[in-house]
Design a protein around this ligand. Structure first.
Ligand code: PLP
Length: 320
């Protein structure tokens, strides 16, 4: 198989732990332990993307996301580590009291351009236009789309399946559930499972896009990587299950019931989830799988995102 190269930045393998919550046991894969500054799921994709950026002698990386984007923060810190500058195109506003990921982006020295929602809808065009103007001046720019979800980036989660299969017999597991934004994590796992001939359901909890949009994004990436790298596998579409309805309050918000669930998991297990992604995914996991008890053969993927907690500090303090 023609696997792309990567730089080693993440602390792998991440642990697979047995956890008990409300008297129910389940397995949790701790990708929140993939590092500190560049923790979470994004670093697995960035290992491949930054290798390519270095190879192309990029001086600056452009990428985009919400103002509390974990992907942008992970890019800013990992790029700093490999000696490349970052420019972030963020949907949101600057503030003097920036918190969480936004604050960290400033610490890592990223240049930031803020866009309103309307302009953010054209963020790819905006990045490419600015990239072209820098390239004309002789600068080398590497553009990473939202969430690092490209056919190259998703190799991070194709190889994740190999890592997980060293930790548990995946033939005895029914599925893996994770939060899904740009869809790359789910797409990578879907392809990884197909390559290993595993009948594994990938449960993608939609936090940003509608069910239909997310489905299309995941399938586009999964089929794209199979075609581009000539992989000897085919996706069984029935293995992709999009779980909808857990982000009705909006991508940047979280409702009080979910905040309470996050707080109760933290109190009972010492494990913290974030308000944008993993808190919503865990609410879906709780409703759909945790109650099954002993027969629960679905792994919960903790994909990180903890710095986002600090941006919601006031909401937590008011509602708990
Ligand atoms: C903590 C966390 N979990 C899950 C996701 C979703 O991953 P993907 O964009 O690959 O669907 C993200 C994306 O930003 C994230 O930051």
């Amino acid at each position: 198989m023609n696997m792309p190269n990567k730089i080693n930045l993440a602390h792998l393998p991440t642990p697979l732990e047995k956890l008990k919550f409300r008297n129910k046991k389940f397995l949790i894969k701790r990708d929140d332990y993939s590092g500190l500054d560049f923790s979470g799921n994004k670093i697995r994709k960035l290992e491949y993307l930054l290798y390519r950026a270095k190879k192309r002698r990029a001086e600056i990386i452009f990428t985009c996301g919400g103002e509390q984007s974990n992907h942008c923060r992970a890019t800013a810190s990992a790029a700093a580590r490999v000696g490349i500058k970052t420019k972030l195109f963020l949907w949101g506003n600057d503030s003097n009291s920036s918190e969480g990921n936004l604050f960290l982006n400033k610490m890592y020295g990223a240049e930031i351009s803020f866009l309103n929602k309307k302009n953010y809808n054209n963020v790819n065009e905006i990045m490419l236009e600015e990239c072209a103007s820098l390239v004309n001046k002789g600068k080398m720019v590497y553009v990473i789309p939202e969430g690092g979800s490209t056919v190259l980036g998703i190799w991070g989660y194709i190889s994740f399946i190999n890592e997980l299969s060293e930790q548990v017999d995946l033939r005895k597991i029914n599925g893996i559930l994770s939060a899904s934004g740009s869809g790359g994590t789910a797409a990578g796992m879907l392809v990884g499972a197909a390559l290993n001939k595993l009948k594994l359901n990938i449960y993608a909890v939609a936090v940003l896009y509608s069910k239909q949009e997310l489905w299309k994004k995941i399938m586009f990436l999964a089929e794209g990587v199979i075609e581009e790298y000539n992989l000897n596998c085919a996706i069984d579409e029935s293995n992709l299950v999009i779980i909808d309805g857990y982000s009705r309050e909006g991508y940047k918000n979280i409702n009080n019931n979910k905040l309470k669930l996050i707080a109760s998991l933290a109190k009972e297990t010492g494990i913290l989830l974030d308000p944008t992604y993993t808190g919503k995914a865990f609410a879906a996991y709780h409703d759909n799988f945790l109650g099954i008890g002993k027969g629960n053969k679905v792994i919960f993927l903790h994909s990180g995102g903890l710095f986002g907690t600090f941006a919601k500090r006031r909401k937590y303090l008011l509602n708990l």
